[in-house]
Design a binder for this molecule. Structure first.
Ligand SMILES: Nc1ncnc2c1ncn2[C@@H]1O[C@H](COP(=O)(O)OP(=O)(O)OP(=O)(O)O)[C@@H](O)[C@H]1O
Ligand SMILES: [Mg+2]
Length: 282
C-alpha cells in the first residue's frame, strides 16, 4: 500500500432533480492524515463518500486520485476500488457471504489473486480487527458490532490506499467504540489514509488531523480546533461544540485560562486546568 491523494472537485449529485444533495462539494483527502467528515443527518456525508468511492457517479464535478480523474468504465472503477474502499454505514448492506472468512475473501478473490495471497490477506485483516475467532461464524449470526468489524476487514483485505469509513462507531457500546478506534489506529500503521464520517464531535476533535463539515450541499474544511470551535458554522450544520472547547471557551472568557485554549484530549484539558500539577494526575 502507498499513500495517494483523493480529491472531490465541485461535485453535484442528486437523487431527485429538485433537491440536490451535493451542490458543488469539494474535499481534499491528504495522504497519511486523518480526516473526520461531519454534518447533520441527511447533509450528504454518505453520498459524498459514495462518490469518492466511485459507487455513485456525480451529475457533474470530478473525483481524482493523484490528479487523475476517475473513469466510470469497468476497468476504471475496478482500478479505483483497489485504491479506495468504502465501508458502508449499515454493515447489513455490505455483508452477504455465508461466513466471515468468505466475506472477507470476496474482494481479493474477485481481484483474481492467487489463493495463498487471498488467505494471507484474509488472516491479516481478521487479525487486525480482532476477528480470528469468528472466522467460520455465519455472518447472519454476528452481533452488530462484529458485523461492523467484519465489513472493515473486508475492505482492508483489498489493501486500499484510502479507506472511507461511514460512521464506524455508530451503534456500538462504549467499549466497542474504544476497540473500533484502536482498530482504526492500527490500520494507519499499514499506510492506509482514513476518512471517518461521524456525528461524534468529541471523537473528531481528538482523532482527526483535518475536519470537514457538510452544510447545504457544500463542504468546509480546516483544522479540527478551528472548525469545531466555530459556533456559527456548527449551528448551521446542526452540530454542537465538543464539551472541552465549550469549557475552555467559558474559562477563557473569565480570564481563567489563556485565550484561544483549545484542548483536544483529556490530557490537554488536565494540563490546561492543573498546570504543573497535571503530571501527578495523569
Ligand atoms: N438512494 C437514495 N435515494 C433517494 N434519496 C436518497 C438516497 N440516499 C440518500 N438520499 C437522500 O439524500 C440526502 C443525503 O443523504 P445521505 O445519506 O448522504 O446523508 P448523511 O449525511 O449520510 O445522513 P446520516 O447522517 O443520516 O447518515 C438525504 O436527504 C437522503 O434522504
Ligand atoms: Mg450517512
Amino acid at each position: 500500500m502507498s499513500h495517494r491523494t483523493l480529491r472531490a472537485d465541485n461535485l453535484v449529485a442528486y437523487y431527485s432533480v429538485d433537491t440536490p444533495v451535493l451542490k458543488g462539494a469539494s474535499l481534499q483527502i491528504r495522504p497519511a492524515r486523518r480526516l473526520a467528515l461531519l454534518g447533520a443527518n441527511g447533509s450528504g456525508k454518505s453520498t459524498l463518500l459514495s462518490c469518492l468511492a466511485g459507487s455513485t457517479q456525480p451529475k457533474s464535478g470530478t473525483v481524482l486520485v493523484d490528479g487523475e480523474p476517475l473513469r466510470y468504465t469497468r476497468r476504471g472503477l475496478r482500478d479505483h476500488r483497489q485504491a479506495v474502499q468504502l465501508v458502508l454505514q449499515d454493515p447489513n448492506d455490505q455483508l452477504f457471504s455465508a461466513d466471515v472468512a468468505q466475506d472477507v475473501s470476496f474482494g481479493p478473490t474477485n481481484l483474481g489473486l492467487p489463493p495463498t495471497e487471498v488467505r494471507e490477506r484474509v488472516s491479516e485483516a481478521l487479525d487486525l480487527l480482532g476477528l480470528e475467532h469468528l472466522r467460520r461464524k455465519p455472518t447472519h449470526h454476528l452481533s452488530y458490532g462484529e458485523k461492523k468489524r467484519v465489513a472493515i476487514a473486508g475492505a482492508l483485505a483489498m489493501q486500499p490506499c484510502v479507506l472511507l469509513l461511514d460512521e464506524p462507531t455508530a451503534g456500538l457500546d462504549p467499549q466497542g467504540v474504544d476497540e473500533m478506534v484502536e482498530a482504526v489506529i492500527s490500520l494507519e500503521r499499514h499506510d492506509t489514509t482514513i476518512v471517518i464520517a461521524t456525528h461524534d464531535v468529541a471523537f473528531a476533535l481528538e482523532w482527526a488531523d483535518d475536519a470537514a463539515v457538510m452544510c447545504d450541499g457544500a463542504v468546509t474544511t480546516g483544522d479540527p480546533r478551528n472548525l469545531l470551535g466555530n459556533e456559527a458554522l456548527l449551528s448551521s450544520a446542526r452540530l454542537k461544540q465538543p464539551w472541552s472547547l465549550r469549557l475552555a471557551n467559558a474559562l477563557s472568557e473569565r480570564g481563567m485560562v489563556p485565550a484561544n485554549s483549545r484542548p483536544r484530549t483529556v490530557e490537554e484539558m488536565t494540563r490546561l486546568l492543573c498546570g504543573e500539577h497535571a503530571e501527578m494526575i495523569l
